[in-house]
Design a binder for this molecule. Sequence first.
Ligand code: XMP
Length: 520
Amino acid sequence: MQHDTIIILDYGSQYSQLIARRVREANVYCELYSWRTAADVILAHEPKGFILSGGPNSVTEQGAPTLPDYILSNGVPVLGICYGMQLLAHRLGGRVAGSKKREYGPAILRVDALENPLFEGWKFEGTGYPQQVWMSHGDKVESLPAGFEALAHTDNSPLAAAAHLEQSYYALQFHPEVVHTAQGQRLLSNFVHHVCGCGADWTPTNFIDEQVAAIRAQVGDGRVVLGLSGGVDSAVAATLIHRALANQLTCIFVDHGLLRQDEALQVVETFKREMGMQLVAVNAIEEYLEALEGVSDPEQKRRIIGEKFVRIFEREANKLGQINFLAQGTIYPDVIESAGKDKKDAHLIKSHHNVGGLPENMQFELVEPLRSLFKDEVRRTGTALGLPDELVWRQPFPGPGLAIRCLGEISWERLERLRKADAIFVEALGQAGMLRQGTQQAFAVLLPVKSVGVMGDGRTYQEVVALRAVTSEDFMTADWARLPYDFLAYVSRRIVNEVDGVNRVVLDITSKPPGTIEWE
Ligand code: XMP
């Protein structure tokens, strides 16, 4: 199925991926490309509209990113956001002025052209108007090019929204893609549906049907192997491929002993028993513990775990006989980031893949059915495929697992201690309704430190557990979650009472930056 497609040109804004996610939320397929991408790559999509992102530059500056010619000559609608607006104005003969004073934060938008399709449905939302929008800019458009008219203003920006109605060029000074713009999702949805005329055909059900057909066409009667990590991406990829190919797919799950409580069991239970997949579950706990003995340097831990995985995966895959395809849970942000770094849209293997990289010398063709999906779309697809909520809504978990949360040297005893403390914390968060909302990642860390305590009449000298819980949009930055004191008291009491060898619990109150989310 050929989807109505919107192309978003990336000019370097921190919000570019968000624009793409919002368009997809409106059930319209879109792709994000650097503004430098060759015209034929972009035009091969036969786009129904373009969105130009914001960016850090000034359009008037020497060497600033420019507007490719095909954008204006293609005859489809264009929406410029922030830098995108300035680009359109600059190119078409308007005046863009630099400003030393940045406008950053909320502003009140007053719509002057309520009949414009961009604002359809705004006033019926119950929130009324004026509306809050989010500004983040230095330069601004001071006079519009010929043929444009102003659509909305704020106190600071007389030209907060403008359009050339005949050509269907639209320009916004504010950012509709961020949640702080109250009607932003509605505005983007209006643009893609009412201005560009896109249908709402990008849905999980359509995606599943198309991918099932595509996987069958690619693989034929070949055989596929996939490394299950217990994470969301590989789980959804496996389920989708299994729906397409049934027993032509074999999954390999390497239990390295570094998973959280009951996780290994849950993987086998879900995929083998409930879904009837061919699953090779390898108990490699001893092998990993031996390799990690005496190691406390975090990078060395990561390297050992990665290398071990490759070796075990290779060994197990070889036992399966003739296999021609390797499936991976690569998702769209991995593709965009690899393409961005290497300046080419390469078919790259996920470098920090959850299961720790894959054998380089194995001659496989890749099957990557989730390559076009954002994380939230992967989750929706997982739900549509019937995967349980615990799996679909799992918080991120690092490939090296508890090895990088068990600080210092690793032993089975210490891992078990950490697993118990972590299970208590996560269970309590779940009961308090804070696992999906309130924290984006939460876990316990076992510190390589002992401290003195008193229990009953006796003195204790035992290990310390740190609680780490963060709120974050994308895990690039994060803030520590403000958990209620009573909740923390409950968790601390339970950990010290129930986990042998731990007599003290502390809370990590560091944001990222300057800290990282993990401790190692
Ligand atoms: P940091 O600690 O860098 O983590 O703030 C950001 C996000 O990445 C996860 N993380 C990893 N994931 N392998 C992974 O697959 C790793 O080695 C690794 N280290 C950190 C971390 O859990 C957080 O979500």
